[in-house]
Design a protein around this ligand. Structure first.
Ligand SMILES: C[S@@+](CC[C@H](N)C(=O)[O-])C[C@H]1O[C@@H](n2cnc3c(N)ncnc32)[C@H](O)[C@@H]1O
Length: 284
């Protein structure tokens, strides 16, 4: 017998966790899919929520973000050697990355607001190597759960745009200070889209997106990162770049410099600088 529909009571930014879930679930129906997410596909049938009414037709963008994150995590873990790979997912929502990446070497830390963690724990299966932490990403307390001698990969997928610009800078500086040698993966929206959400972006008749105060042009991301103490810029992509077979028109448009600069959303990697011995000597 099928279990009864799960009721949920989310609003504001926590409700946005249902949006990428909807898109990853829809991807599961494609033959040439970018990722396998049977858990997401099952979950959208079990949650009592009008996904199509809220988010409209599924799109590939959250799927691209999830797949690129999966690939980057796997590459990071493979490069870890003897060091313990720890993946911290900030604003994890109902992401199913531990099951998609499925590498038993990884220890997963899932950080989200208390109401979001409660839902995650209720709806997703338990995972032997994963631990949930009820904490704002902006609160340094979550960093206490990250072992000092590991090589952390911090994923902030679908999170930083909901913060004020200064909060984004403080968060990245805090990660740099507490987790030298970390890789940080995040996504960006352009300033025009940020402004649209501040005016009240009605996605569908039923759903208005929350405010997204942090917008940045993809081309400005490296300079933005380099200005933060202890942070250095890695690669930056537009959504047209990683899997162009799914974004042909976007790929063509993104070759036009001014269009790309003004319109494109981004996916980015930052690294935090490993501290030298001299740094620790100065501190003691
Ligand atoms: C768009 S969802 C992204 C979910 C997930 N990363 C994914 O890609 O499926 C945004 C998530 O950020 C979480 N969130 C909002 N504010 C937060 C904060 N201050 N600290 C940690 N998580 C936060 C929400 O609860 C929600 O789970």
């Amino acid at each position: 017998m099928r279990s009864p529909q799960q009721t949920i009571d989310l609003s504001g930014v926590p409700e946005t966790m249902l949006w990428p879930l909807w898109n990853r679930a829809a991807e599961q129906r494609r033959r040439n899919r970018l990722l396998d997410d049977p858990i997401a596909a099952d979950l959208v049938t079990r949650i009592d929520y009008d996904f199509a009414g809220h988010f409209g037709r599924p799109s590939v963008y959250h799927v691209i973000r999830a797949r690129l994150g999966d690939d980057l995590i796997q590459a990071h873990v493979d490069a870890c050697g003897d060091e313990e790979p720890v993946v911290v997912c900030l604003g994890d929502g109902l992401d199913t990355q531990p099951w998609r990446v499925a590498d038993p070497r990884i220890r997963w830390l899932s950080v989200d607001l208390p109401e979001s963690v409660a839902l995650r724990e209720r709806l997703l299966p338990a995972h032997a190597n994963a631990q949930c932490i009820r904490c704002s990403a902006l609160d340094p307390a979550w960093t206490d759960a990250v072992p000092a001698d590991c090589l952390p990969f911090v994923s902030a997928a679908g999170l930083l745009m909901y913060f004020e610009p200064l909060e984004v800078i403080r968060l990245l500086a805090m990660i740099a200070d507490r987790m030298p040698g970390a890789v940080v993966f995040f996504d960006t929206i352009p300033p025009w889209f940020s402004r649209k959400t501040l005016r009240g972006f009605q996605v569908t008749g039923q759903y208005r997106a929350p405010r997204m105060p942090w917008g940045i042009s993809v081309d400005d991301v490296p300079e933005f990162l380099e200005a933060i103490p202890g942070v250095t810029a890695g690669r930056v992509w537009t959504y047209a770049d990683p899997y162009p077979e799914r974004t042909r028109i976007l790929k063509l448009l993104s070759r036009i410099g001014p269009l790309r600069r003004r319109l494109a959303a981004g996916l980015a990697v930052a690294r935090t600088v490993r501290k030298t011995r001299a740094f620790y000597m100065d501190r003691s």
